[in-house]
Design a protein around this ligand. Structure first.
Ligand code: TRP
Ligand code: SF4
Length: 400
């Protein structure tokens, strides 16, 4: 298990906007300095909903990676790759499909929701039903401990955990498992080995969860175990199983407070976005023409910031002092809306100046991006292969 490994993906279905930055990418940037991070372009996922319009994938993929780099993702610290370049994801998806009950997929909330919401598309496809399982394969193939996702994706991580559990239950049995586990335990040294067995018994006989936690901590901190030993012992604690696939945790990303130009959530489908690297003149114009509190018809009419989408921008882009200035000026009609918007325009453009500067070398030479991704694919593939060796073995596919 790699509790310090973080994996997340994003679908290439259009250009990224400030909502993606404040809702997702800023968090990825923070995580990359704390964890081993893998971030990927989920192009197969995009096909589950855009199979009739694949051109958007080709158009968005490189732009999306440039947006990531522009936002501050550092390829020397995080591994960036494209899902379809690591075909092991598909193999694991297929193998997991053998033992995934249909009902588990039909019950995933996004299945019905999205079918209703995207009703201009025919999503009664095999691929769309299986998409949470593909996501499970994405996660499990790296034995990732943490998966940063928004709230809507939490059920997918839950499903992933159930799939891992079921898989380990079905295929984690080894004939001489007990013996091997006891051998592995010996490597902890006499005293710790005894403590581990004691804790295991307490958990298995009395269901004492704190004993299990303590035992896991003991394994986590012991230095002289190989990865195999450790995994075997984790399985041994909870039963006589080997943990081939690891249950990940959802790392819930705080909901983005980034509103769109009209005050609704910023989203391509509402046509209220500001692109991550949008031209400064266009950005200025978009903000200048943003709707404001409708009560302020004339310059002399007082307003209520809470009823104005510009105020929502100030909450992200302005310090307390300027926020006070808005509150007072708006309520007393002391400032006009044009005046109120100017610091937002300046702040958004200043933030984007950094993005544009980071993106520039990549925009000028796409090969730089392609090389970063090629390296990332290779690294990811090596990790994926390790898991697939174990999976093939336990599923009877390693005939040698
Ligand atoms: N399904 C995710 C989304 O729509 C993208 C995704 C695919 C993903 N595979 C993943 C996210 C694995 C986290 C982990 O946003
Ligand atoms: Fe909105 Fe600012 Fe105008 Fe008040 S003054 S309505 S907060 S733009």
């Amino acid at each position: 298990m790699y509790p310090q490994r973080v994996l997340s993906g994003m679908r290439p279905t259009g250009v990224l906007h400030l909502g993606h930055y404040h809702g997702v990418l800023k968090n990825w940037v923070k995580l990359q300095s704390e964890y081993e991070c893998l971030f990927f372009v989920a192009d197969w996922h995009a096909l589950t909903t855009h199979y009739d319009d694949p051109s958007v994938i080709r158009q968005s993929t490189w732009d999306m990676v440039i947006d990531w780099l522009a936002a501050g993702i550092d390829p020397s610290s995080a591994t960036l790759f494209i899902q379809s370049r690591v075909p092991e994801h598909a193999e694991l998806h297929l193998l997991l499909s053998m033992c995934t009950p249909l009902g588990w997929l039909e019950r995933v909330p996004t299945y019905k929701d999205q079918q209703d919401k995207l009703n201009d598309k025919d999503l009664s496809t095999y691929g769309f039903l299986g998409y949470p399982l593909l996501q499970a394969a994405d996660i499990l193939i790296y034995r990732a401990g943490q998966v940063p996702v928004g709230e809507d994706q939490v059920p997918h991580v839950e499903l992933t955990r159930e799939i891992a559990r079921r898989f380990n239950h079905l295929y984690g049995r080894e004939t001489d498992f007990e013996e091997k586990a006891e051998e592995s335990a010996k490597k902890l040294g006499g005293k710790r080995a005894r403590l581990l067995l004691e804790l295991r018994t307490r958990f298995q006989e009395q269901g004492d969860e704190s004993a299990l936690e303590q035992a896991k901590a003991l394994l986590q901190e012991s230095q002289n175990l190989t990865l195999d030993d450790r995994e075997r012992l984790f399985g041994y604690l909870e039963g006589a199983r080997r943990l081939i696939l690891v249950e990940p945790q959802a790392l819930l990303t705080e909901a983005s407070r980034m509103p769109g130009l009209d005050g609704q959530k910023m989203s391509k489908s509402y046509n209220n976005t500001i692109g991550l690297r949008e031209d400064p003149d266009v950005v200025a114009k978009k903000i200048r023409t943003m709707p404001t509190d409708p009560a302020r018809i004339r310059r002399t009419d007082p307003g209520t910031p809470e009823k104005c989408p510009v105020w929502a921008f100030h909450q992200i882009y302005s310090d307390e002092q300027r926020q006070d200035w808005v509150q007072q000026g708006c309520r007393s009609a002391g400032i006009g809306c044009i005046e109120c918007k100017q610091p937002v325009i300046d702040a958004v453009i200043a933030e984007q100046d950094i993005f544009r500067a980071r993106a520039k070398p990549f925009e000028e030479d796409l090969d730089l991006v392609k090389n970063i991704v090629a390296d990332g694919c290779e690294k990811a593939r090596e990790l994926a292969r390790q898991t697939m060796r174990d999976v093939r073995e336990v599923m009877g596919l390693d005939l040698g």
